[in-house]
Design a protein around this ligand. Structure first.
Ligand SMILES: [Zn+2]
Length: 375
């Protein structure tokens, strides 16, 4: 059986490209992971998600433990079978979403007790329970259970929370045990403070993980602050393991993160914005609701090979959005995911060719040029 492993094939400055090998298939890095919150990437069939170029999906422990429950998914053969996605799945630990979605939380050294945002029922999550749930789901890449403090927060608060997360990281490692073919990733915390980031990374390396995530960013600190952390934080992590930046982001966030040595990212943005009439293209963001598209027979992006661009006009996409037809969210989500995967493929090829700085300059120049002129 294929074990979990990571092969780096080329670097360009701090940027890296390679392959994560798993028993369920290869993940080309840098990788963008579409988010399949409730065992579905909203508005997309799994085979359509794969057709955009995605090698791996992200599933949310918090949502799945509440509905339909991890035990039910396990009885039905695991998350891959349940949602008809045979390739790798990464699941988050539930920690972040408990903090952001659940109400009536009680946080102790042991874990967190909370009420479901769906029906108010009481639940508990701890490092041990999170490992158990992610095992029941059958996730290929399991995330350690951590706490993410609400920002802004002072250094003492961030340090206290980070050290709790490091104790939980050790408990997650112990509870995960030895599962060949499955990986456990630790999560670096420490806010925007360099010393705390370094302390967190040192602790995680002592424990030893199959990959390392950078958590606690993209939570409202702004791109400049995030990039200033990414200028040093990836360098604290082992070069021979994948580095995952959680919850990022917009296309220019992704390009900046990859240039700073990030290998994996996830974000709801391309799918969520597809349902609100927003399209991401090489030329920036397009609002399909805008009246300028009403009579426009041209595609969203003439260089895109997705079905929304190949087969439909801006006028049609504008019409179905206005008419609140389901195909609107389906087509725009498909386009957005396709654009994100095209961007990742472009980044991988540029790094392999040692041409990343030219690629990044061209990326910014095309966006600066803006959308095609109205007719
Ligand atoms: Zn397209």
């Amino acid at each position: 059986m294929t074990q979990f492993s990571f092969t780096l094939s080329a670097t360009d400055g701090a940027a890296r490209t390679g392959v994560i090998h798993t028993p369920r298939g290869e993940i080309r890095t840098p990788a963008f992971m579409p988010v399949g919150t409730a065992a579905t990437v909203k508005a997309m069939l799994p085979e359509s998600v794969r057709a955009t170029g995605a090698d791996i999906l992200l599933g949310n422990t918090y949502h799945l433990m509440l509905r339909p429950t991890a035990e039910r998914i396990a009885r039905l053969g695991g998350l891959h079978k349940f949602m008809n996605w045979e390739r790798p799945i990464l699941t988050d630990s539930g920690g972040f979403q408990v903090m952001s979605l659940a109400s009536v939380r009680k946080l102790t050294e042991e874990g967190v007790t909370f009420s479901s945002h769906i029906d108010g029922s009481k639940h508990h999550l701890s490092p041990e329970r999170s490992m158990e749930i992610q095992k029941l789901l059958g996730s290929d890449i399991v995330m350690a259970f951590d706490e993410c403090p609400a920002l802004p927060a002072d250094d003492a608060t961030v340090a206290k929370s980070m050290r709790l997360s490091m104790r939980w990281a050790q408990r997650s490692r112990d509870a995960f045990g030895d599962r060949p073919g499955h990986a456990l990733f630790g999560i670096m915390q420490g806010g925007v403070t360099r010393d705390l980031r370094e302390e967190s990374a040192t602790k995680l390396k002592e424990i030893g993980f199959d990959g390392y995530a950078i958590g606690g960013l993209a939570v409202g600190e702004g791109q400049e602050a995030m990039f200033s952390v990414l200028d040093y934080a990836p360098g604290f992590l082992p070069a021979d393991k994948p580095r995952y930046l959680m919850g990022v982001g917009k296309p220019d966030d992704i390009v900046g993160a990859v240039a700073r040595g990030i290998d994996m990212m996830d974000c709801v943005l391309p799918s969520r914005s597809g349902r609100t009439g927003q399209a991401w293209t090489r030329r920036g963001q397009i609002n399909i609701k805008n009246a300028r598209h009403m009579d426009d027979p041209r595609p969203l992006d003439e260089a895109c090979s997705c079905p929304a661009c190949r087969n439909y006009s801006r006028a049609y996409l504008h019409h179905v959005f206005k008419a609140q037809e389901m195909i609107s969210g389906m087509l725009l989500t498909w386009h957005n995911l396709h654009y994100y995967q095209d961007l990742m493929a472009g980044l991988r090829a540029a790094i392999a060719a040692g041409q990343l700085s030219a690629f990044v300059a061209d990326f910014h120049a095309q966006r600066a040029a803006g959308d095609i002129d109205p007719l």
